[in-house]
Design a protein around this ligand. Structure first.
Ligand code: ADP
Ligand code: GN1
Ligand code: MG
Length: 373
């Protein structure tokens, strides 16, 4: 990550009270440069999140920020009057000239958010209750945005979950092999070949388009430190039109394995059924009221397809010389790809039982439900 400027000059652009003290790199996201900045006003330190938007990944940051502005305003209106509302929605801090972002002298786009205190994110799930709470929060997020007024949100990354196009990109990277690494990834390439057909299953199912988060990684929801509730869904860069199962699929990908996405000991990677059950119950508690039977019946498949898609994306980035995701060691993207494929294999082994569970929970939806643990 780019180290912050010594004086972190961009902080002066935002309408933040008090005096800037420090800014330190923060979190473990793969995309943006995130800093936790502290300002002191009337002797009291207050934390803020400052983020530099990754402009290699997001070609139109102004459109992205427009989406975030619309989404956060809609959520704020929906939660008006709710206790703790300011901790339940990301709040952008405007610049002194009332814009939602600041462009620095180098042309980099920056934004500032209120820091959600007494809550935290986790890279690895620690309990089934956490899985339940995370899924309930993401389901609620979809539900609250179901009536977002027109116009359609911008596609911040076109074809983000178009798995067949992700597969085609992989094929191109194998053919061009710019980093001369295809010979080191023979097993992984082989793994993809016989699974190509699954790429189009979600897109062919004629599911309704909704406003979805599209990056429902477990560390993109903040869990309340006291109650454990999934209090705030964060990382809104990819909120755009999508399919509801995309979001459930990414929860399965990131919340059912007991180890990190880049674990090197593949024997530890597996889809833990109790975590899947907790995710499903949490998601249906908040989203069950609007999901169609066809969406429900594709939840398990989405877990497999979105995990496969991410494996393909990590492999493509590895073969292309690591240009998309932040990496912290050689072969990092290959290691990530391997865990994804291991997880796909684990899902394949348990798929029938997963489907049976979905069928057995048909009709369940209760947003006031607590974790049944
Ligand atoms: P990336 O797109 O790179 O994943 P995120 O927006 O997810 O970036 O932010 C990275 C991390 O910063 C999150 O996982 C979370 O821990 C922390 N974070 C982001 N926004 C906030 C916030 N408003 N309050 C507290 N922590 C936050
Ligand atoms: C990225 O930003 P972050 O770390 O939450 C990526 C997701 C991937 C994920 C894999 C905009 O998410 O699509 O699923 O890494 N975000 C983008 O861990 O590409
Ligand atoms: Mg993130």
């Amino acid at each position: 990550m780019t180290p912050p400027n010594p004086d972190f000059a961009i902080t002066g652009a935002f309408d933040i009270p008090g005096e800037f003290q420090t800014a330190v790199p923060y979190g473990s996201g793969h995309i943006n440069d995130t800093y936790c900045a502290t300002f002191v006003a009337a002797g009291e330190p207050t934390r803020y999140i400052l983020q530099r938007i990754n402009q290699t990944v997001f070609g139109n940051p102004a459109a992205l920020m427009q989406n975030i502005g619309r989404v956060t305003s809609h959520l704020a209106a929906k939660l008006a009057g709710e206790a703790d509302r300011h901790r339940r929605i990301l709040s952008l801090i405007p610049t002194h000239d009332c814009r939602a972002w600041h462009v620095d002298a180098l042309g980099h786009y920056w934004r500032a958010y209120r820091f959600i205190e007494q809550a935290r994110t986790f890279d690895i799930v620690e309990s089934a209750e956490q899985a339940y709470q995370a899924a309930k929060a993401f389901g609620r997020f979809q539900r609250l945005l179901a009536d977002l007024p027109a116009p359609r949100l911008h596609d911040t990354i076109p074809d983000f979950h178009h798995t067949p196009k992700r597969y085609a990109a992989l094929e191109r990277s194998i053919t061009s092999d710019v980093a001369n690494r295809a010979r080191l990834a023979g097993t992984e390439i082989e793994f993809t070949l016989c699974r190509r057909a699954m790429c189009s299953v979600l897109l062919d199912a004629q599911l309704p388009e909704r406003v979805t988060h599209n990056d429902t990684k477990f560390n993109n929801v903040m869990l309340d430190q006291r109650t454990g509730e999934g209090i705030c869904v964060i990382d809104l860069d990819t909120v755009m039109p999508g399919l509801a199962p995309f979001d459930f699929g990414d929860m399965v990908r990131t919340t059912t394995s007991p180890v990190a996405e880049d674990e090197q000991d593949l024997s530890k990677v597996r889809m833990q059924f109790p975590m899947f059950e907790a995710l499903l119950r949490g998601y249906l508690a908040s989203a069950g009221c609007f999901l169609t039977p066809a969406e429900r019946s594709h939840l398990v498949t989405a877990g497999k397809v979105i995990t496969f898609e991410n494996g393909i994306r990590f492999l493509t980035d590895y073969l292309g010389g690591d240009t998309y995701y932040k990496i912290h060691r050689p072969n990092h993207n290959l290691d990530r790809c391997r865990t994804q494929f291991q997880l796909v294999a684990s899902i394949e082994q348990q798929e029938d039982a997963m489907h049976r569970l979905v069928e057995s929970l048909e009709g369940s939806s209760d947003d006031t439900a607590e974790f049944p643990g």
